[in-house]
Structures are given as structure tokens and as C-alpha cells.
Design a protein around this ligand. Structure first.
Ligand code: EPZ
Length: 411
């Protein structure tokens, strides 16, 4: 199994460009099932989740079936189900897998599909034990008025895509407001759809009564705001001067505020920003929230910063209950992380970190471990890096370019 070997302590310097956004590309790719012909994608990131989504879409048949083994491997496979149901009147899919960061239910999707006229059947289990569902609409799907129980990013994207081919108008309330939803709606609108309100909590979709979209305008994948935020944190921890290019600052306002409070100075340049390690990092409390709040995907990397801050930082994870699972590993590295309950960790710093053998728990915490290893004394070995490759393109090569000592090995 491949692993990363990381020698800590190097001072980082130079420039790094932010890659294309996984979470913007995934729904746009899934939406190609709503097109008569194939839409064109520019700047697709070369990462494992995108490969899986392409494989999944290619495996789709005109009965709404997909390769269940591929689908169960990544959570975002659920994004293909709405388009399949909308186009073929039925879809079968397993309970999706992916990061182990919490319960990850799919009820907001199912409730939405049922209100539009779909009927769900549980039809057995995959070999790995995932429940397999099939959903079928006997008549054409009907536009509806649907309020999400919780603000869900992929839930909002999935129901928009389903409503697009339904009969009549759909009004969605309590929608998630993440930028990826705006990108998806703009892409679909550029190709003939009528979706209004993306980026607000109320979205109105005009149903096309089964009429597929014609590919006119390509989707150019925007920069990944989570990768950009993670590089900012890395720069604040380890850089003499790190220029981050291809960054959309507007999408990172909550992180900028937290870094400002921590005493990290970020300077605008022509192509991005420059960040450097401050003399002292202040402790900062953060609470993850739906956009535009502090992104849950930046919580683990920010916690590494908190281990180097003077004083106590309270990290409050409100979105997922399994996202503080790094506490034990960080403590083994020398951090002082006290878990108050499944949602809150108190981190006392600064504490030196020491290289250890680690297993990447999920995508975002995996890169946080790489950051911890880069500032630690000695060598770390990080396993289960498929999780990191799911979302970050050639991360080892790009980090080496700014002075990091990181190697990919077959262990
Ligand atoms: C998206 O996941 C992202 N994934 C996640 O990034 C991100 O962490 C998350 O949004 C929150 O920002 C993609 O965009 C592909 P949610 P998603 O539905 O849509 C609850 C990464 O590493 N909920 O917005 O699956 C859920 O339990 C990933 O790139 C229900 O209760 O997250 C959570 O508490 C990890 N019922 C809350 O909603 C449902 O049916 C928000 O989750 C669905 C969700």
C-alpha cells in the first residue's frame, strides 16, 4: 500500500497554485446525465474521486442502473441518482461510502425524490454490506415545494438536478448556499436550464418535462477553496514566504477572519496572496458552520494551527460528529487535544510535534496529518493515502516544489 514519508522541519518557500475544485467538478460531471450529448469540461482535477465519477457515469444504463461496486466507494455517487431518476424514471444505487466522518444519511435526497413522485424500495445488500436501493417513478416526476430538513450541499445539488427534468416548477427552501451550488446552477443555466436563487436558501427550478439539455457552454472547474485554505494554514505554520496563486479569497472569508485573529498576516499580490509564519500564533476558537461560515473541511487543518498557537483554542465541529477523530493521533505526536464531547475539542498550545506512524482517517484530516508531519521533528509515515489522493492532485510533488520533504513510497 502506498504511503507518504515526511521529514519535518523544512522552511517552506516559493509559490503554489491551487488545483481545481473536487466538489464543484463532481456535481457538474453527474449532471452530464441530464444532457442529450456530452458537455465539455475544462480543468478537471486528476484525482481519484473524479475518476470514480467518470467510471460511474460510463457504467450507467438506460434503466437507471450503475455499477454498484463503484458507487459504494464514494459518497458523491449519490449525485448521479437524481439525474438517473429524472432521465429514466428509475435508478438503483447502494448507500454511498466515502469518508468516515459521521453517519452521512441520505434522507434529504429520498424525501425530495418521494415528494416528486419516486417510490423507494430497499432491495438487498452489496457484498460489503451496503444497503441497495431502487427508486422508481411510475409517472413523470412532478415539480414540488420542498423544504430541506437540514442544509445539505449535495442534497441541494441532487434535488436541483432531479427537478430540472420534472413537470412544472420546483421551489426548494432551506437550501445550502455553498459556492459549488452556484457553479452547478450557472453551468446548467448556460446550457438552457432555468434555475434561480442558487447561493440563497430558496431556489426555484423550472422543470423541462423530460427535455434533455443540449451541450452549449463548457464547465470550467473553479479553484478548490478547501485546498486554498489548507495552503494558507500550511504557509502560516511553516513558510518563510508562500505565494498562493489561483485563490478565490471571497470564498474563504471565515478562514481569513480566523487567521487574522490568530495573528497571521496575508498580503495580496497580483496573482493571489502571500502568507508567512508569524512570530507568534494566537489561540482562536472556531465553530464550523454551513457556508459562509467556517468550513468543516478546513477544521482539521486549522486544528494543526491551533496546536502551535499560544493558549487554548476551542474547536467546535457542528456539521459532522466523526470529524475530531484525529485527537488521539495528534496527541501521540505531542499535541494537547482534549475531547470535550464528539463535537468539541480543546487544544492547548504551543506544543512541539514529533514524527509518528499515522493512518489517514479521511481526505481532509489526511492532508492535516501531512501538515502536522511537515512541522514535526523527525520522520512520519502516513498510510491510507488513497484518502488524500481522492481529493488533492499530486500533492506530494507540489509540496516538494515549495521545499517540503515528502516522498511517496510503496510500503
Ligand atoms: C459536502 O458533503 C461535501 N462533499 C463535503 O466534503 C463537506 O464536508 C460537506 O458538504 C459539508 O460542507 C461534496 O461536496 C462532494 P451535507 P455532503 O449533506 O453534501 C446532514 C470532502 O472531503 N445530512 O451538506 O455529503 C449531514 O449528516 C467532503 O470533500 C442529513 O442529515 O454534506 C451533515 O450533518 C467531506 N441527511 C449535514 O447534513 C442527508 O440526507 C450537512 O451535510 C444529508 C445530509
Amino acid at each position: 500500500m502506498p504511503a507518504f514519508l515526511v521529514k519535518g522541519g523544512n522552511i517552506l518557500e516559493g509559490e503554489i497554485a491551487v488545483g481545481s475544485s473536487k466538489n464543484a467538478a463532481l456535481p457538474a460531471l453527474a449532471s452530464s446525465l441530464l444532457f442529450r450529448d456530452s458537455p465539455h469540461f475544462l480543468n478537471l482535477p486528476e484525482i481519484e474521486d473524479i475518476k470514480r465519477m467518470n467510471e460511474l457515469i460510463s457504467s450507467a444504463d438506460n434503466q437507471g442502473g450503475v455499477d454498484l461496486e463503484i458507487a459504494k466507494r464514494f459518497r458523491a455517487s449519490i449525485l448521479a441518482v437524481g439525474p438517473l431518476l429524472a432521465r429514466f424514471g428509475k435508478a438503483s444505487f447502494p448507500h454511498p461510502g466515502g469518508c468516515v466522518i459521521g453517519a452521512r444519511p441520505i434522507d434529504v435526497f429520498i424525501n425530495g425524490w418521494e415528494i416528486m413522485g419516486g417510490k423507494l424500495i430497499e432491495s438487498g445488500k452489496t457484498e460489503g454490506g451496503n444497503m441497495i436501493y431502487s427508486i422508481e417513478a411510475k409517472e413523470s416526476l412532478k415539480g414540488c415545494d420542498y423544504t430541506f430538513k437540514v442544509q445539505s450541499v449535495t442534497g441541494t445539488e441532487g434535488i436541483i438536478m432531479t427537478a430540472l427534468l420534472a413537470n412544472g416548477q420546483t421551489t426548494l427552501r432551506n437550501c445550502a448556499m455553498e459556492p459549488e451550488i452556484i457553479y452547478l446552477a450557472e453551468f446548467l443555466n448556460n446550457n438552457g436550464a432555468d434555475i434561480r436563487g442558487a447561493g440563497t436558501t430558496e431556489i426555484v427550478v423550472t422543470g423541462r418535462a423530460g427535455k434533455l439539455l443540449n451541450a452549449i457552454a463548457p464547465f470550467s472547474v473553479p479553484p478548490d477553496r478547501i485546498e486554498a485554505g489548507t495552503f494558507l494554514i500550511l504557509g502560516a505554520l511553516a513558510a518563510k514566504s508562500l505565494e498562493i496563486k489561483n485563490i478565490n479569497q471571497r470564498e474563504l472569508a471565515s478562514l481569513f477572519a480566523a487567521l487574522g485573529e490568530a495573528g497571521v498576516n496575508i498580503i495580496d499580490t497580483k496573482n493571489g496572496v502571500i502568507v508567512k509564519k508569524p512570530e507568534k500564533i494566537n489561540a482562536v476558537n472556531i465553530k464550523t458552520k454551513e457556508y459562509p461560515g467556517f468550513a468543516t473541511d478546513l477544521q482539521a487543518p486549522f486544528s494543526i494551527l491551533a496546536t502551535q498557537a499560544s493558549g487554548q483554542s476551542l474547536i467546535h465541529e457542528t456539521i459532522f460528529e466523526g470529524r475530531l477523530s484525529y485527537a488521539e493521533d495528534l496527541n501521540r505526536m505531542g499535541a494537547k487535544v482534549a475531547l470535550m464531547d464528539p463535537h468539541r475539542a480543546l487544544i492547548t498550545g504551543p506544543t512541539p510535534l514529533y514524527g509518528r506512524e499515522l493512518q489517514s482517517p479521511d481526505l481532509r484530516a489526511g492532508l492535516a496529518y501531512v501538515i502536522a508531519a511537515l512541522i514535526a521533528e523527525g520522520e512520519s509515515k502516513i498510510g491510507n493515502i488513497y484518502q488524500i489522493d481522492r481529493g488533492y492532485e499530486k500533492i506530494d510533488e507540489r509540496l516538494r516544489m515549495i521545499g517540503a520533504d515528502i516522498r511517496r513510497i510503496e510500503s
